[in-house]
Design a binder for this molecule. Sequence first.
Ligand code: NDP
Length: 264
Amino acid sequence: MTQKVEATITNQRFNGKTVVVTGASSGIGVGIARRFAEEGANVVLAARREDRLEALAADLGADRTLAVATDVTSQDDVQEMVDATAARFGSLDVLVSNAGTGLGKEFQDTTLDDWRLMMNTNVDSCFFGAQAALPYLKRSRGSIVQIASASGLGGDRMLTAYNAAKGAVVNFTRGLAFDLGRFGIRVNAVAPSLTIGAEHADHPDAAGLIERFNQRRALTGYSTPADIAGAVAFLASDDARFITGTILPVDGGITAGSGQPPLF
Ligand code: NDP
């Protein structure tokens, strides 16, 4: 199922600003990096697959991008990536902690390794990013946007470890907003639901999946990385100057529902 998505970006809210995007080698992270680049930012692309980062950097413009191979489960890697950001661009204004991974498994089959993978990739990554970026964000009075999930706002079948990890991201966002507010640093999260990039829109399973989600949503269709990026850019911008500690669902209304399937 494909849908036409057109967005005309006329804002240049991030001219001269430097934005770090983790998980920028695929999916939502690519959309977020592209949006910030379109709005004038220097963009640092972080993930493990360096070839993909380099290709995106070339596409967005080598003069305003930096690709840094980073494993976000390693505090040293994240620190080095943030330091490389400052060395190249002289500041850090926005940290987008987007890197993450999911796992669909019955609880009884979930191993400690599965649990640790969810926590390390989805939660530790946000902690490491915030710790490393903090000295720079204090100087820029910048902001952090973390990518949570609808699965961090409620439970899903066969997603216990992911539910726990994204729930932690949600409440880490809220607590961190309080600790960093006194430095003028804002901390928010975006909570996507099923989001499909162009590369997966025609996958044979996509239509059925979208139809099942549409049963529980106010809007039909599906979100794309550009939809998530729009919400991230808003929260990172001065348009959201007095917004902190919020979790913004971008889910077609799925979390506005009672949880019941359609009655009529
Ligand atoms: P993808 O699998 O397409 O991309 C995940 C990104 O995270 C990749 O760039 C990957 O890069 C990176 N990543 C994973 N593990 C690591 C690691 N250890 N170190 C560095 N980077 C890592 O996922 P999405 O784009 O769909 O998801 C992005 C975020 O959005 C995630 O946090 C996800 O939980 C969340 N989300 C997604 C939804 C969706 O429907 N797509 C719905 C709700 C939330 P690499 O492999 O190169 O390291």
